[in-house]
Design a protein around this ligand. Sequence first.
Ligand code: MBD
Ligand code: FE
Length: 299
Amino acid sequence: MSVVTELGYLGLTVSDLAAWRAYAAEVAGMEVVDEGEGDRLYLRMDLWHHRIVLHADGSDDLAYMGWRVAGPQEFAAMQEKLSAAEIPFTVGTEAEARERRVLGLLKLADPGGNPTEIFFGPQVDTHKPFHPGRPMFGKFLTGSQGIGHCILRQDDVEAAAQFYELLGLRGSVEYHLHLPNGMVAQPYFMHCNERQHSIAFGLGPMEKRINHLMFEYTDLDDLGMAHDIVREKKIDVALQLGKHANDQALTFYCANPSGWLWEFGWGARQAPSQQEYYTRDIFGHGNEAAGYGMDIPLL
Ligand code: MBD
Ligand code: FE
């Protein structure tokens, strides 16, 4: 049985590479690596060669997400599983694997049309200490929990859940949120390791493939410092500091230079072994800047 073990990497298309370079380093604290290619920058969060690639191509959206499997045997077993389920995919060439700094990958699309990759064997630069883009008290929380989580566009929640279950994720609806229009939003959250969720969907129609990327600091003071920097730079905050009921992380959501959200977090609990649902968050997460697809009542 082959299952994905973490959300390992992301590719993003961006129109303003210079703005992204400053935001990633000076606001988030990520290490920006420029290998002189001209059309891309790499963002490091740990010892991996990169966790995020910024591709200068103007569409300001998710380009692809990379799900890791343990090794070549699991990679082969995953291909068999996808074939048996009649899900089309292509195995990446050697050049494509080299481009992603992995030993092997395959490419497919999820039911929402989001470009998806399954890979094994990332390049880990153990000789190159992580060097944050601004001073940091601690680190980014990655390791076996992967990069963080994303909220994705899915028109068919049932189909999306089935697809990601096949990949090896587990989850369910975790909130019933009563909207002002009388509807009940029922977002769906899925995990594949101790991180409480690696993806979520089902928050209604979205303009972009991605609503937000959440990543986590190991140290509360780094979240506080990021929050001060965001306020000082007058960056739009869509959801104020607050604590989610499901992962119980302290987070806030602010705009990135592509006009979608990054959720900065600290202190998440691990995924409980049995499913629960909630009707609101613990505290905070008040709506502030509107128009980022997060104008939802979490309290
Ligand atoms: C999350 O990470 C999130 O983004 C939302 C909307 C609700 C619970 C946890
Ligand atoms: Fe989130």
